[in-house]
Design a protein around this ligand. Sequence first.
Ligand SMILES: [Zn+2]
Ligand SMILES: [Zn+2]
Length: 372
Amino acid sequence: MAAKRDYYEVLGVDRKASTEEIKRAYRKLAKESHPDLHPNDKTAEARFKEINEANEVLSDPQKRAAYDQYGMDGPPTGGFGGFGGFDGSGFSGFDSIFDQLFGGGAGGRAQRRNAPIRGRDILFNMRIEFEEAAFGASKSFDFLRAELCCSCKGTGGKDGAKPTPCPACKGTGQVRSGGGFMVTVRTCTSCGGSGQVVSDPCAACSGTGRVRNKRTASITIPPGADDGQVFVMTGQGEPGQNGGPSGDLQIAISVKPHKLFKREGTTLYLDMPISFTQAALGATIDIPTLKNKISHKIPEGTQEGALLRIKGEGIQQLHGSSRGDLVVRVHVEIPKRLSEKQKELLRAFDQASTGKEYENRKSFLDRVKELF
Ligand SMILES: [Zn+2]
Ligand SMILES: [Zn+2]
């Protein structure tokens, strides 16, 4: 990069020039060397950039003070190797340092134009089976990712032609209107605030410099994953700009419901009907688990809604080794459509009853007696 000229020299003003004098000098020079008047003239383009850069620094009191103090090399804390050394174009390195020093602010987007920008994250929604969440699974999937266009290498110009400063905003990305105390600054609509335009756009990307490509990724879902969980594949998102890092690929898990089981964390729930004779007499029943089934004894006199806890038959803890429990909620089913013979037997059963068999009913009847 050629050595840069002193900003005061560029604008042809004295070091003690007032802000008004600087403004006037800038307007005159910018008009003379505007790219619209010098199409395809590289020297005029470079000069126009130089004038803009000088103006951006000298018209801002904070930047001007720093420039007066440190010169072209920039403040020692800058870390970008001087005002113009950042992106090679010598156009916006200064802005990056000032954004760091003064937190951007007033200048807005146009000042940070060439600062590194991290690529955007991509959110991918993945629907998986209940068992896949419980036991883990390897999944591969396709997703769309906006990437730099190969045809133009991301410039947006045909055959990789570089964009040129936007004539509407003189490359600043902003349009000012009004005067005196009522200056309004708006983002330039011609260039969308980038300060640059593409005259002959690349056909592959319509001049955007980006295309959406289908990509395939694979992920190993660990056992114990749950609905709503997000797994992050670092750096697999959209590419950054101006040397910024890529974004992430975020995979949001949604788990399909199971036909039998429900889940809360690592606890698995199962609603299971049993017959009223099983409930009354006690029984050994087959209880389904996620993988197979197990035999389990239920005691005599098991009541509606009773909970059976089966240790370790729940879901494995995510990134852990322990497993939750299976909780079985028992529902006693009263038989319907009985045969004449079954009815006979039940009447005989009832006649043999003393009333002590029904604890709740007995205590209820006793309380009723006290009332009347
Ligand atoms: Zn392209
Ligand atoms: Zn513009």
